[in-house]
Design a binder for this molecule. Sequence first.
Ligand code: GDP
Ligand code: MG
Length: 593
Amino acid sequence: TPLDKIRNFSIIAHIDHGKSTLADRLIQRTGGLTEREMSAQVLDNMEIEKERGITIKAQTVRLDWKGYVLNLMDTPGHVDFAYEVSRSLAACEGALLVVDAAQGVEAQTLANVYQSIEHDHEILPVINKIDLPAAEPERVRAEIEDIIGLDASEAVLASAKSGIGIEEILDQIVAKIPSPKGDRDAPLKAMLVDSWYDPYLGVVILVRVIDGVLKKGQQIKFMQAGTTHLVDRTGCMRPKIEQLPELGPGEIGFITAQIKEVAQTMVGDTITDAKKPAAEALPGFKEVQPVVFCGLFPTDANDFEKLRESISKLRLNDASFSFEMETSAALGFGFRCGFLGLLHLEIIQERLTREYDLDLITTAPSVVYHLTLTHGGGQLELHNPADMPDPNRIEEIEEPWIEAVIYVPDEYLGPILKLCQDRRGIQKNLTYVGGRAQITYELPLNEVVFDFYDRLKSISRGYASFDYHQIGHRPGDLVKMNILVNNEPVDALSMIVHRSAAEARGRHMCERLKDLIPRHLFKIPIQAAIGGKVIARETIAALRKDVTAKCYGGDISRKKKLLDKQKEGKKRMREYGSVSIPQEAFIAALRMG
Ligand code: GDP
Ligand code: MG
């Protein structure tokens, strides 16, 4: 396809503003699928994506419109996948900015728009859902101009649901979004935008060709990974797969190259010709690193092998999470897993539960701490509170911080500020835009991973929106808090906390556990401790009616039988020393409530 006939664009929107519905409508209008083939929301094709209403993997589709080739790139819709979004945006020259006519501009819209602007995109505003009775397109038009600073005078008024404004959007894409630049005769340079595993095709790679041509039979090289592969297919998705003889400069499409595992491909890598390589790789490449870690253990110890297989299978299609075996005194054999964020963690956990039918226990999520050891002991990256060295071996601990932008209606501002303050937040900015406050805070990531987002939503009745990015590690007065049940530390419950928050957190944990652990024949002390110092304690009283009382001095075997019987009733419990802890306790105790 000649360069001047190509338009590459993505759609940016806040969650629920209608990105997927609009994408489907564009596909339908340009004839990619017949009415009958249009299942609800073609682009979000994974079950969990549909349920949660967000896109997890980038999808792309080629549209034909009045002699032009339009490549639509659907980007992931969550902060956890910000790097993937940045690569998708880098593959385009423009973007549709979809804003809900009833909701207006939201925090995530802003975050995405700024990224899009950074990529020099031509941004076309689309005011969607004008069919809604509550739609206020003119107010939203003014908001786009005031808040974002874009000219919205030609914003398309659309309803993705009713099919209003669809042709106007397509015409504006052709007229306003610049065509890509590129040199067909230069050495091949293509960006690896995304990849996924297909049971029939193997690993499918989504690419954007910058210079040169990609063809079947070509020997290609991944410049960052350093590997070479033989291209065996080139094509595009409409969204059905269609093979093409080649992909030229400016084009977006897919290749397969007999690759077995997604882990062999890195988003943002540069693909070049192995025989005639490009002089340098494309800018902006980053190796993705998990930021949140937790342990996953099977509830039933016999499921360990099944868990291993399931995790390995999931990993085939998602190279961004990591896992390694872990053993815990309380929970037995399991895996220490790393994720891009909490949503990513939840998705993997949900897929293991749902698609692989596993019953799992998740330990306290932890971020990655940087430790400097005393006596020139060097640096240490800590992913698991259980691995924390003795405090006198630690010179300094650094924790990751984020910058968060929160957008919230005025009436909820007070409680939101208090929440941020309670979580050690540092306020950087507070502005008002059209009856809403935009707050910028710096927060320690460890205060956010537990339940910050849930709290934010419940305090604001769902109206607050939240977006964040990491801003590096900073020293903090952090300590490891152990939980002791019957004087024995329960490693799965230990966590790293700020010293100022330790006592409150410790007290809360002890109170929770007191309610969650059933009474035994003896008194059970529950303690939270930092080093040897107990900072909170509760006691579970002994069972009043001693079922073994009658056996005193007598029949030992009868006493044993009675105890065995009691144990039977406690499936789904973990024996911990002489104490049985119910599975729910592990997760329930971690919720801060
Ligand atoms: P996304 O999260 O941005 O991909 O949003 P979706 O496309 O999944 O849409 C979110 C919800 O808004 C769905 O229930 C859609 O049916 C609905 N929706 C999308 N576009 C319109 C529209 O133009 N009018 C109305 N009334 N509802 C819409
Ligand atoms: Mg969607």
